[in-house]
Design a protein around this ligand. Structure first.
Ligand code: GUN
Ligand code: ZN
Length: 437
């Protein structure tokens, strides 16, 4: 039997190329149509030319002021840390010891982890995020809970077990070869199941011995399909500590490099205080740096500079991040870039949490755009939910300014004033505003 066809009609946006490489990089139709069948994008285009081709399709039409666009991708978020969002007064190392490690110890003692993981995913959906590279805890069942919850939606999700064997509370540490055994088991069990992927996850250099980092490097070699995520060069006290712990290394990146952890499947959270040489080595390897602006501002970690990196993704980094919204994360990234005197434009920011990160993950045939064959993971943003927002858009149309750029920029910098109307994963609705009253 042929799969049913559903058409979503309204204002529509998707990237077709990188805004870092060419101006002509997107498709924007004011009266567009997105054709979905079997959970995948069939085609997109002008409604007037698409609709006659599918006379029996079910039609969903959105009003003016609603933009249909690819679902957002959060490249760095800690799901056991929701409870430590907005904890006052510390920088990274104190924050970890005072709030975050205790929260992860408590999380490990929770029984109903799958329910909690599902709650986390629903919080993402309600903010327009449809895929993520997430952190769990050190415990194997925190990872299985998140994979199980994500599998129920058949969504794209990457996670892994935190590897730590020093400088954290005892119950967060891997004894003997437990880190390796648990990682192997999880890779064999989950990597490549549906749209799920495993990331080897050494937390950061100070909480792993050289032996553990090398073991993580061996896993990456042995299982070429898996990713690697870690934290890098986030805070100045952390940098000094890494120098004390690894005195033979010339810089922070070399600690990971020597362990075989710098590859084109590596995702480094933060990367604020890196030298020009470290930036070059990251780009040469084809690795990705994940910019986490709300976290960097909240913990006073520093201002991330995009200079010298080929691949930058965006992450909420909740619980240090102050919002799960990737719209708000783009707005924060803009402010940081303004402070450095090199403002990023709204297309570059959106690229970094849609098709740009999909390319970095090697998943651009599946997520990040409306290319035919991609999964129909998308969001409908109501960017004129009230008179205030409508007034801005009317003024824009009257003034003839760059319309699309300012619609996108408004969603980012005024994110609190727009609404996620609906979110879809693989063609299924997973959120609609009104579900959350
Ligand atoms: N460095 C090591 N662990 C963490 C963490 O949980 N959050 C942040 N922001 N940085 C880290
Ligand atoms: Zn983090």
């Amino acid at each position: 039997m042929e799969e049913a066809v559903k058409i979503y009609q309204g204002e529509l946006f998707t990237f077709t190329a990188s805004p870092f490489e060419r101006e002509d990089c997107y498709l924007y139709e004011k009266e567009g149509a997105l054709v979905v069948s079997g959970g995948r994008v069939v085609e997109i285009g002008l409604a007037a030319s698409i609709l006659p081709k599918y006379p029996t399709a079910e039609l969903v039409t959105y009003d003016k002021g609603h933009l249909i666009m690819p679902g957002l991708i959060d490249a760095h978020v800690h799901y056991p840390q929701l409870s430590v969002m907005g904890m006052y007064g510390e920088q990274l190392l104190e924050w970890l010891n005072r709030y975050t490690f205790p929260a992860e110890v408590n999380f490990n003692e929770r029984r109903e982890k799958v329910d909690y993981a599902d709650f986390f995913l629903q919080e993402l959906f309600s903010r327009g995020t449809t895929a993520c590279m997430a952190w769990s805890t050190n415990q194997l069942n925190s990872v299985t809970a998140l994979f199980q919850a994500a599998k129920a939606y058949d969504m794209c999700l990457i996670t892994g077990k935190n590897l730590m064997d020093r400088n954290a509370p005892a119950s967060l540490l891997d004894e003997e070869d437990k880190g390796e055994r648990a990682s192997r088991w999880l890779i064999e069990e989950w990597n490549g199941v549906g749209r799920l992927h495993y990331a080897v996850t050494p937390r950061f250099a100070p909480s792993s011995t050289r032996e553990q980092l090398e073991m993580a490097g061996r896993l990456l070699k042995e299982y070429p399909g898996v990713y690697m995520q870690t934290h890098l060069s986030e805070n100045r006290d952390e940098l000094r500590w890494v120098q004390e712990l690894f005195p033979a290394c010339k810089d922070y990146l070399e600690v990971y490099e020597q362990a075989g952890l710098l590859t084109d499947r590596s995702f480094f959270g933060h990367g604020i205080h890196l030298s020009a040489d470290e930036r070059r080595r990251i780009s040469r390897a084809g690795a990705t740096v994940v910019h986490c602006p709300s976290s960097n501002l909240f913990l006073g970690s520093g201002l991330f500079d995009w200079e010298g990196f080929d691949r930058v993704a965006l992450g909420s980094d909740v619980g240090a991040g102050t919002s799960l919204s990737m719209l708000s994360t783009m707005g924060e990234a803009y402010k940081v870039s303004q402070l450095l005197g090199r403002p990023k434009d709204p297309l570059e920011l959106l690229w970094s949490c849609t098709m740009g990160v999909a390319e970095a993950l090697g998943l651009s045939d599946e997520i990040g755009s409306f290319k035919a064959g991609c999964y129909a993971d998308f969001v409908v943003v109501d960017y004129m939910p009230d008179e205030l927002a409508a007034g801005r858009i009317h003024a824009l149309s009257a003034g003839g300014q760059q319309m699309l750029e300012n619609i996108l920029f408004g969603m980012q910098i005024l994110s609190a004033d727009c609404r996620i109307s609906e979110t879809y994963v693989k063609g299924e609705q997973v959120y609609a505003s009104g579900w959350d009253f």
